[in-house]
Design a protein around this ligand. Structure first.
Ligand code: 0RA
Length: 241
């Protein structure tokens, strides 16, 4: 049993090292901004999955002055119970073990060039630091990681009345070059698409990097059809439906 744990933690470290050595294999080009922004889509997709499962209608994205980014949802919260197989919290498994969640067992899950679904652990691996805060069962849980490695076990830090997950991370600039800052336009455009593809999901992006914070809100109760009517407004329409 303790041998298994040792073998598993070595596998985790090897997985994280593989991502750090060849980020392009997991996240896209680290030298042109694509891997950098893919980190955001990867974390947001987990919150979108919580929306698709019917547990959150709001995702908040905040760009911070120090180059870090927060993504928060009001879903069930990442499970915190002790994982029987690995002897650590389910949170730590999801946050550090490559492909945790069994998503890769299902080949039909792989879409958009095979990049979707590498998991938050791949983003963790290329982050100088990542922090997860979970509201679940009336309690607040927290864990921090550096280059994907936990700096302490998951701990209980307080109480709460709501549920959800907040993930904050700062990209490791030893890995990303050329484009090393998040681009608001790119994030805003992509998350606008995410919101119209997910009817009823509200996505709020706040850019706190300048002294004059910028907030952008996307919310299409009617999903794609509402987006189309918005694009058509003021134009002559060929087809009413
Ligand atoms: C695994 C199982 C459950 C929820 C999640 C993962 C989850 C992951 C993320 C990542 C960002 N936000 C998230 N929210 C939820 C289900 C847990 C249950 O059955 O209560």
């Amino acid at each position: 049993m303790s041998d298994d744990y040792g073998a598993d933690s070595i596998q985790v470290l090897e997985g994280l090292e593989a991502v750090r050595k060849r980020p392009g294999m997991y996240l896209g080009d680290p030298h042109d901004g694509s891997a950098l922004h893919h980190c955001i889509w990867e974390v947001v997709d987990n919150s979108v999955d919580e929306h698709l499962a019917g547990h959150t209608n709001l995702i908040e994205v905040v760009l911070n002055k120090d180059g870090s980014l927060n993504i928060r949802d009001y879903g069930r919260g990442i499970p915190v119970d002790k994982h029987e197989e690995f002897g650590i919290s389910a949170t730590e498994v999801i946050m550090t073990k490559l492909h945790a969640g069994g998503k890769f067992d299902n080949s039909s899950y792989k879409v958009s060039g095979g990049l979707h679904g590498v998991g938050v652990s791949a983003v963790n691996a290329v982050s100088k630091w990542m922090e997860v805060t979970i509201h679940r069962d009336k309690k607040v849980y927290h864990q921090r990681y550096e280059a994907g490695v936990p700096t302490s076990p998951l701990s209980e830090t307080g109480v709460c009345d709501d549920t959800g997950t907040m993930i904050a991370f700062k990209p490791d600039l030893g890995i990303f070059t050329n484009v090393i800052e998040f681009e608001f336009e790119q994030i805003d455009n992509r998350l606008k698409e995410t919101s119209f593809l997910n009817a009823g999901l509200k996505i709020v992006i706040t850019d706190n990097r300048s002294d004059d914070p910028h907030v952008s809100k996307h919310h299409y109760e009617g999903g794609l059809s509402e987006y189309v009517s918005q694009m058509n407004s003021g134009r002559e329409i060929l087809h009413s439906e």
